[in-house]
Design a protein around this ligand. Sequence first.
Ligand SMILES: Cc1ncc(COP(=O)(O)O)c(C=O)c1O
Length: 471
Amino acid sequence: MAAQEKARSKGLTQSEGDVNLSPRRRSWAAHSLDARTQAMLDEDARLFLHQSLSSPCLNVIKRAQGIWIEDVQGRRYMDFHGNNVHHIGYGHPRLVEALKRQLDELPFTPRRFTDEPAIALARKLTEIAPGDLSKVLFATGGSDAIEMAIKLARIATGRFKTVSFWDSFHGAGFGASSVGGEELFRSHGIGPLLPGTEHVAPFACYRCPYGYKDRDGQPDLAVCRTTCASFVRYVLEKEGDVAAVIAEPVRAVPYLPPPGFWAEVRRACDDHGALLIFDEIPNGLGKTGRMFTAEHAGVVPDILVVGKALGGGIVPIAATIARPGLDVAGDRALGHYTHEKNPFTCRAALTTIEIIEEEGLVENAARVGAHALVRLNEMKTRHPLIGDVRGLGLLIGVELVSDRAVKTPAADAADWMVYYALDHGLSFKTTQGNILTLTPPLITTIANMDRALDIVEDGIAAIESGKADLA
Ligand SMILES: Cc1ncc(COP(=O)(O)O)c(C=O)c1O
């Protein structure tokens, strides 16, 4: 408990999302939730182990359809968070129908056997994956799929060390937490973690950890010379025996890499015999306006991991996709998961990809995301509270600052915005305390986006005019 209190007092719980035990959360609950909802939340809190960012919970949901979630009091919210599972919208009728049929045909496949949906999904993934990535393994969650990738890299290279970024998140398992870079998942009683998991400071041009000044959120490459990429090379060289570099090609915070970053890291990996593993669990399958985020970077990783939206917002499934030369562990167990070739989860994933392709959802994400960025950048010219706007497709971050010159994080304002938005029918989360993180589904229309951004702008205007009840 002492460690938990210490962590809370340092504000660490704000790394991945808004704080679930804040006074504002309590006062919002008091004015927004009726007695029945509160009783369900109390029962939930009595039954579940409490943990940061989750239980005790915010509200009780009874319906999820399209971009909407609805609470038990009948209030609807546009879900601009959705854990990034809802690319095709919740409860897509075609997916629901395919899953009902699958249940009637074949509900499960025990290990040692395979089935038609698993083979078809593997084929589909290898057809759409970048470059020559063409061998797959399935798991039930992203964390497991990341750990399969780490095991494969160890076996293939005969090395055990990794290089990843501080502030990153790759899942909650011990291996994934070890390569992750957030104190919340690594420290204060959680370790010891995997040895050999080296970390470097990430790219984050608006707040460069190496101390370089940005130019309105953009890197000044002539000055910084992509030091963040050079550092990856430096560590690979100094260690000399790193198995893999693991990273999200675009950070979900969000932060975009400076131009040339991944090309240089790819070269450094090749020069030092390390594999490159891309974690596309939240942002693969179209979120950023390309089917895979690697396509923006113009590099092909050795292993790519997808998850979350792969299950269509209904079932849990993730995939590790490797180049064929890495098929070297035939006598080892990389991920002997019970649901490895589950026909139900595989059908969900296959149908989800078909929906994304046939409904043009990647293109829609690019179009609506570009529109949102234009509007948000206009908003930035009117609202000094907005320090930085960044994003790619429907991965969007709006960083709030109380002083633009010194970039003081406006965490209280961001927290207030979460509840203001809920009161106006919009759900999103904050990251790192002061970043409004908007990750709507790929089916979001321009009209949906405009409505959400009106709510965001009205909330920001309320704060700036002193109408908001800030601490
Ligand atoms: C970048 C990234 N990697 C890995 C994971 C872990 O996925 P899962 O929760 O399915 O284990 C997440 C989940 O939020 C994520 O955002």
